[in-house]
Design a protein around this ligand. Structure first.
Ligand SMILES: Nc1ncnc2c1ncn2[C@@H]1O[C@H](COP(=O)(O)OP(=O)(O)O)[C@@H](O)[C@H]1O
Ligand SMILES: [Mg+2]
Length: 163
């Protein structure tokens, strides 16, 4: 986990289409995923890169708000903000206890963001309590393929589970 974060924090080269340009830190609560991820984010900001931190549950709340008729939060703006920022940290993406929050609507939102980041080679750091298998089950194969990869090496992120 530390080596992977060091790699991402100091990655200077532009991502190559076939290479990895992101990282998932997967593991139980309390092992320091969010703290380490925040360090990577700070280092990227220090180097002058545009960075954004999103708490996954906040993202879902915003997305739900965007469905209300009198809303000032717009779905497309959420997707472009999270999809276009050069470096994105998504903290706590997926939690078995909040499984019910993942609906077709939220899955579509995640897909729209991830697809953009994947297509434009934008670096993404995700922390999650889910195992890769649970992540695949909770989201769907379109998302899983772009993040983790189904065929060898077709995902944008290294998947790191501390042993
Ligand atoms: N490298 C570290 N050394 C000491 N304490 C740490 C370290 N990383 C995290 N912590 C502390 O451990 C707790 C859990 O860290 P956190 O990053 O929230 O874990 P996670 O995101 O995996 O649940 C927090 O109280 C945090 O301050
Ligand atoms: Mg955390």
């Amino acid at each position: 986990m530390y080596d992977a974060c060091r790699w991402l924090a100091s990655n200077e080269t532009l991502p190559e289409p076939d290479g990895k340009f992101g990282l998932v830190l997967s593991g139980p609560v309390g092992i320091g995923k969010s703290s380490l991820a925040a360090c990577v984010l700070m280092e990227r900001a220090r180097r002058g890169q545009g960075v954004m931190f999103i708490d996954f549950n906040d993202l879902l709340n915003k997305a739900r708000k965007s469905q209300r008729p009198d809303t000032e939060v717009h779905y497309d703006e959420i997707v472009s903000a999270a999809g276009d920022i050069p470096f994105l940290l998504v903290d706590d993406m997926g939690d078995m206890a909040r499984r019910a929050d993942i609906t077709d609507f939220t899955r579509e939102l995640v897909y729209d963001i991830i697809r953009k980041r994947f297509d434009f080679l934008r670096e993404t750091l995700i922390t999650t309590n889910l195992t890769a298998e649970q992540f695949r089950e909770m989201f769907d194969d379109r998302i899983y393929r772009r993040v983790h990869g189904i065929e060898e090496d077709d995902g944008m992120c290294f998947w790191v589970e501390p042993t």
